[in-house]
Design a protein around this ligand. Structure first.
Ligand code: NDP
Length: 405
């Protein structure tokens, strides 16, 4: 059905490659390109051993649009799955535009110099993609990604009007390291140390960051793993969901953190090691956060001893047939099972499976543009079905608990 080029050979790229390899009828040819060729080769070897399938590997610097254009012209994939870093989103989108190649990613654009992520520059490609007759799907991991599909599903099937959405992301896993991040340390730490925002009655409300003693948190009772302290955080899917969910009055995002994680992060932050401002070190300029990244465990290596589960989902309140109702849609993913299947922990797994499923929707022309879309703008049903069949089953329940006002 099509030829896919995966860019990025990290934890998520490994899962995407495995999952595409399980569907050779859709992904007839799989190419994997990244900055470090040896990482592509290791993944290709694992896939060869497991499925007897050869995938082609190549080196690319995805910051360089011209290099990408050459690569796309040479290999002519139908679709690029971008699971490199958010810094590369615009260069890859531009190369896809110039070569008329469909595009999908899992995280929105962020500049290296400012720790702020937003969709503005990616949305600006909408008319260009329309005119080129190609489709871009933005944020097709788990959150963003499946959480957006849950919202679209709730809007389509469960509610006449959704009034509030609370997205709750719990990682109740233990990896055995004193401090590690579950995806790229640089991107992860930039995300969790920033000012927190949620959206209420048409306005963004700012609250203190998670390291501030006055930050907002509460204990939520997660299915299968029990009560966990959950912290209010800004997360990118809220930016598109406030535009696309009709009648919405409030949306918030919560993420669990252990006391140990927060203590380590506070010390690193207080020492200046989470800063992205370059400093002088023995006559050389270094970025403290990039230096810290080199000391922290590679997220792709965490899977081996990871125990426990992730539980990610959305609680909705709203109106159905004149009645006020509350629903909770969620997935539970087991780190050890994800590792046994793909050699990756559950955070990479829950990101890689939806990226493959979204790519399948594009190649099968079930999700058709042309243009640039966030996931909730597309039909959630076929994609959620593929996701459930590929290792991430999800549940819809009546929600009986309480959330903070
Ligand atoms: P990793 O750091 O493990 O992998 C990123 C890969 O991209 C690495 O192989 C890296 O190469 C490669 N890369 C970086 N820069 C370039 C470049 N200029 N050119 C080519 N390749 C490059 O990250 P993850 O796999 O954990 O995360 C991948 C993406 O998934 C990130 O954008 C992250 O934000 C997103 N994500 C989304 C989630 C969701 O639910 N939506 C959840 C988790 C992650 P090298 O090996 O040389 O460093």
């Amino acid at each position: 059905m099509g030829k896919v080029l995966i860019i990025g050979a990290g934890g998520v790229g490994n899962v995407v490659a495995h999952k595409c390899a399980e569907h050779p009828e859709v992904f007839e040819q799989i190419l994997l390109a990244s900055r470090t060729l040896s990482k592509c080769e290791q993944i290709a070897q694992r896939i060869k051993n497991k499925y007897g399938l050869a995938i082609q590997t190549m080196q690319v610097d995805a910051d360089k649009t011209n290099e990408l254009i050459q690569l796309l012209q040479q290999h002519q994939p139908d679709l690029v799955i971008n699971v490199a870093l958010p810094y590369q989103d615009l260069s890859i989108m531009e190369a896809c535009y110039q070569t008329k190649t469909h595009y999908l990613d899992t995280a929105n654009y962020e500049s290296k110099d400012v720790a702020k992520f937003e969709y503005k520059e990616q949305w600006a490609y909408h008319p260009k993609y329309q005119q080129a007759g190609i489709t871009a799907v933005l944020g097709c991991g788990f959150d963003p990604g499946v959480t957006n599909m849950f919202c679209a599903y709730a809007q389509k099937h469960l509610f006449d009007e959704i009034q509030t959405i609370d997205i709750l992301d719990c990682n109740a896993g233990e990896h055995g390291h004193t401090f590690a991040t579950n995806f790229n340390p640089e991107i992860n730490i930039r995300e969790v140390t920033q000012v927190v925002r949620h959206w209420s009655e048409g306005k963004w409300i700012q609250t203190p960051p998670i390291l501030d003693p006055n930050c907002v948190h509460f204990r939520f009772n997660y299915p299968e793993v029990g009560p966990r302290e959950s912290y209010l955080l800004y997360h990118e899917e809220m930016e598109s969901l406030v535009k696309h969910i009709k009648g919405l009055k409030r949306i918030r995002f919560w993420m669990t953190f252990s006391d140990q994680y927060l203590t380590y992060l506070r010390v690193l932050h207080d020492l200046g090691l989470t800063s992205i401002k370059p400093i002088d070190y023995e006559g050389q300029k270094i970025v403290p956060l990039k230096f810290l990244k080199t000391l922290l465990p590679d997220p792709a290596s965490l899977g081996k001893n990871y125990q426990g589960k992730t539980v990610i989902g959305c609680v909705f309140t709203g109106i159905k047939n004149g009645q006020k109702i509350q629903k909770y849609i969620y997935n539970v993913c087991d780190h050890a099972k994800a590792y046994a299947e793909t050699g990756a922990q559950a955070v990479s797994y829950t990101t890689g499976v939806p990226a493959m499923a979204g790519a399948m929707m594009i190649l099968k022309k079930i999700w058709q543009g042309p243009g640039v879309f966030n996931v909730e703008q597309l039909d959630p049903d076929p994609c959620l079905q593929v996701i459930a069949q590929n290792g991430l089953p999800w549940q819809v329940t009546d929600f009986k608990g309480n959330l903070p006002d």
